[in-house]
Design a protein around this ligand. Sequence first.
Ligand SMILES: NC(=O)c1ccc[n+]([C@@H]2O[C@H](COP(=O)([O-])OP(=O)(O)OC[C@H]3O[C@@H](n4cnc5c(N)ncnc54)[C@H](O)[C@@H]3O)[C@@H](O)[C@H]2O)c1
Length: 227
Amino acid sequence: MTRFAGKRALVTGAGSGIGAAVARLLETEDAEVVAADITGTDVHLDVRDERQVAAVARDVDILVNVAGIGATATAPATPLAVWEDVFAVNARGTFLCCKHAIPAMIARGGGSIVNIASVAAIVGLRNRAAYCASKGAVVSLTRALAVDHVDDGIRVNAVCPGTVDSPWVRRLVEEAGESLEELTARQPLGRLGTPEEIAEAIAYLASDAASFVTGSVLVIDGGLTAA
Ligand SMILES: NC(=O)c1ccc[n+]([C@@H]2O[C@H](COP(=O)([O-])OP(=O)(O)OC[C@H]3O[C@@H](n4cnc5c(N)ncnc54)[C@H](O)[C@@H]3O)[C@@H](O)[C@H]2O)c1
């Protein structure tokens, strides 16, 4: 398939996990992909830094905001610096990439943005206060952008993955002491998702097949939020 022939796509957080799977899939389908990350990619991009974002987020038809960090703590146990770090990457980073990509998309006649939120934006996940709040901001920003730029031919959607088997989740197990069995057990489908399954949904939203889809929040969670 060549859903993305002639399209230029920026994928942030492309050095690992879901972002790497998205970059691979879009490239397989003939997009010209700018895979950007603070580590593990040819293009270095720290999404917290407006100057770096302004330099990289130009001239794209598709923007996929995957870069994200977590924090494992209740609100009282969250240092302010950690709250600010989580918001700096997840909320500010997503905002900055959209802010700088949108004018170029308008000049190119339209575009598509997919923001990676989380089920943490839909339900309260235990011990993740800052993370839940930051992903809620991503969902609200997605809706605001969708209505602001509908006349510009820009569609803006979000995906909310459940627990996906990525280096992130392996770190939760190894460093934050979470149990892989418990993370798996809370998913009605009885397994973790894969980065490739999330990438498929992102590619759909980014593609012309989703031409009537904007401001949507697509939950891909093995039934977690349905239970
Ligand atoms: N894995 C899951 O279970 C899960 C579930 C829901 C949502 N998500 C979201 O999916 C996204 C990707 O997660 P993943 O599981 O692939 O994690 P991951 O840790 O494997 O990948 C995240 C990537 O973001 C990059 N990144 C971090 N800070 C950055 C910055 N300032 N600028 C640029 N890049 C930066 C990291 O270097 C890393 O390569 C995140 O936004 C995460 O919140 C993940």
